[in-house]
Design a protein around this ligand. Sequence first.
Ligand SMILES: [Zn+2]
Length: 454
Amino acid sequence: MTQSTFQPPAANSYALVGTLFDSRAGALVENQAVHIRDNRIVSVGAPGDLPHDLSRIALDGQTLVPGLIDVHVHSEDWHAPLYLAKGQTSVRDVGCEINSVLRRRDNWNRHGSRAPRLVCTGPLLDNPGNTWPYASQYFNNPVEAQAQVDELVERGVDQIKTYAFIELPCFQTIVDRAHHHGKFVVAHLGKHVNARQAIEAGLDEFEHLSGVGEAMWTEQNVQGTSWEFFRLWSSVDIERANQLIDLIVENGTWVAITRLVWVRLAATWDKGLLEHPQMPYVPGPLLKWWETFAPSNPVGRFPKNMRVPTRMDRSQQAAGMSLFTSELLRRDYNRVLIGTDVPCPYLLPGFSYHDEIETLMQCGMSERTMLQAATLWGAQALEIDDLVGSIEPGKLADLILIEGNPLDDYHALERINAVIRDGEWLDPAELLAEAAEYARTAQPSTERRMDAYY
Ligand SMILES: [Zn+2]
């Protein structure tokens, strides 16, 4: 690895000449000239076709990749430099108090902001019962549920998110009403609606493999009673898994696996997490909150009537989900997504994205699938692929410049020399320094956050 180099161009119209990742083909293309003017990609093609007086920057062993996309976050203002420093130029907030996320979207999406592009769903729509009151909006029946969808669309959310305690009649109403407004629906499934029911109801995307265990083992009848999905994953029947995967593929349902969140929940006892390179960037109040998830202190973290999962439950769940994920990836399915669920326990913006990639590679994901999921497919699910997600004329210059070949070594994605966000060149080292300064001085906030605890 060569020394990290951040060398922004002197002109506002210039060409980057070298190797790029073509996210449509899923391949690297050598000797390409990408002409950028201000915040737009003007052309992509042979260097010989460039205007003669255009300044050129040789990439020299670096690879130009579309900016990465985290499809599942719960954003806060301080996250911004971390996402960018680690290459994520777009993120989707899938559960936040409405006023704060709309304000943040305005700020972050401004040209020249030092923040990723933000797409948002607003709050978690749910029947009463979940443990995230500040990030949720509750309803008691389909009539109320429909009115809330109308209201959120009126407020200007990009997509709609449902959460785990929703009952089927409300769920169906929300999917139908959101689609009536042309809105994409993302769901965290589980207690009353399983993945098969949700897909049949027309859901666009589901998160965390939620509702999958319940769909595979309906005869165990855990739905609607206590929330025992952990033990459903202690075995995976490959035939049942593939029946459900058939349904996913036939319907073109998007899947944000978010494997890392389960892996981390299975390891909250592990002091080794405190040695992670992300630690200098973790604000004190967040670390305190993470610590409440330790097995020794689970009180208040789980809905009433739910058995607190043990370390063994979590471990078997993570293993079962790993098998299901491998079966899904075996299909070469082009609607899998990379999402993290930051700031859940031990998940830090930016850093966790690359850890999520690592856990997916361990489930058999190919480098090509990973890179397409991280760029073009993410942009498609966020419905911003007219702007970003590929290196093509007319798109915005949301790009990262990395050291090496990411199809040969996926860790190359972590060796980021420059982040180009809406045409602005940003230095990852400088962004990290900003984040470290925030972490050093952060005080508990009075702002409404994803949850009420920190
Ligand atoms: Zn989440």
